[in-house]
Design a protein. Structure first.
Length: 183
């Protein structure tokens, strides 16, 4: 359980840079709040599509392999923000919301599969708390680093920290569909 908790923390932790991108949308791209809201709504629809895709694929995926793949995908998508224009902002928001929902549900599924039998509610809540703590640490570290190193380096550091969890994937027991049935 300790290795799974550490993996979840390191998987979710990377210095955040979302707020500066929002200010770029508003101040640099001159987007209005209505357009930002419409884009958010469209992205949410694609997030729903991502959840449907995960539902359809969840019984067939190799969790360990997909966790490994998602780390590299996360780092690549993070680095893509080095090129942020009005067009790429729309594309990133829509595509990354679809993929992000798939990965979010995969992580939630992973945490559910790794919950301790007989203590599912407590152990799952603990793993969710660790995930939430990592997100808070990401926001605080991003806010701390942004004025010191700037947005470009913050994006690079955020991408690099994505790889901190990789050594732990090999230490996690193989999670398969049989694990879900045995719980």
């Amino acid at each position: 359980m300790l290795i799974v908790g550490l993996f979840i923390f390191l998987y979710k932790f990377s210095p955040s840079f979302g707020t500066p991108l929002f200010f770029m949308q508003r101040d640099v791209f001159k987007w209005g709040k209505v357009w930002i809201g419409v884009l958010g709504t469209i992205s949410t629809i694609f997030g729903i599509i991502g959840s449907i895709l995960y539902y359809k694929a969840s019984q067939r995926i190799n969790m360990k392999k997909w966790l490994f793949f998602s780390v590299f995908l996360g780092a690549a998508t993070t680095l893509s923000y080095l090129y942020y224009t009005p067009v790429t902002a729309v594309v990133y928001d829509i595509v990354y919301n679809l993929v992000g929902m798939f990965i979010f549900l995969m992580i939630m599924d992973f945490m559910a599969r790794k919950s301790i039998a007989g203590l599912e509610a407590t152990s799952f809540a603990l793993l969710c708390s660790i995930s939430n703590l990592a997100l808070i640490a990401s926001n605080l570290s991003g806010a701390f680093l942004l004025p010191k190193i700037g947005l470009q380096w913050l994006i690079v550091i955020s991408a690099v920290t994505s790889f901190l969890c990789l050594p732990l994937i090999s230490k996690i027991d193989n999670v398969s569909n049989l694990d879900r049935k045995s719980l």
